[in-house]
Design a protein around this ligand. Structure first.
Ligand code: FMN
Length: 172
């Protein structure tokens, strides 16, 4: 599957089959994260992989009771200990972890799996459930599994609404 095909096929899956993901496939998607770019090549991302059913149920609760979070056979918790702010004023940790997580989403798609970003969660609850130390930021989570639903046509703005050439020429 080429990259654009994976980009087109990826969607937010909120219904998963009750089927474990083969450890080899999990490893492959995690390797896609490992190979992601990061500011100054810090690679300060850390990923906690949750497959235990009882833990997943707790994680679902911590994710604002989003039921599919517990239904997914794998939850990937993206963390960072990097507090650097780049010259541009943006924080390294969340950006680097996000790039790596999207690598995961695309590789998962190429493996016939599906994912969903999870930003609606209480980090302190996740910290307690997984024993994540106080100095580590819990940045975003991602569910992973075999889909039980299907992608709907994506709602996206046309290119001309989001791109301007040579100078800022947006109306708003
Ligand atoms: C940073 C981030 C956080 C998100 N958090 C959630 C979430 O907590 N629950 C959820 O159901 N979807 C979540 N989503 C999924 C978005 O709703 C979804 O990507 C968007 O509606 C576009 O749909 P698509 O991913 O199917 O193309 C999140 C997406 C991103 C990028």
């Amino acid at each position: 599957m080429d990259v654009l095909e994976a980009i087109n096929k990826r969607y937010s899956c909120r219904d998963y089959l009750d089927r474990p993901v083969e450890p080899d496939k999990v490893k492959k998607v995690l390797d896609a994260a490992r190979l992601a770019p990061s500011a100054r090549n810090f690679q300060d991302w850390r990923f906690v992989i949750v497959t235990d059913k009882a833990l997943r149920a707790k994680m679902s609760e911590a994710a604002n009771n989003q039921k599919f979070v517990g239904q997914a056979p794998v939850i990937i918790v993206g963390c960072s200990n990097n507090n650097h702010v780049m010259r541009c004023g943006q924080a390294v940790g969340p950006i680097d972890v996000s790039i790596a997580l999207e690598h995961i989403a695309l590789q998962a798609t190429a493996e016939g799996l599906a994912t969903c970003w999870i930003g609606s969660f209480y980090p302190e609850k996740v910290r307690t459930i997984l024993g994540i130390p106080d100095n580590i930021m819990v940045i975003e989570m991602m569910t992973l599994g075999y889909p039980a639903d299907q992608k709907k046509p994506p709602k996206r703005e046309p290119l001309q609404a989001i791109v301007s050439y040579e100078k800022w020429s947006f109306k708003a």
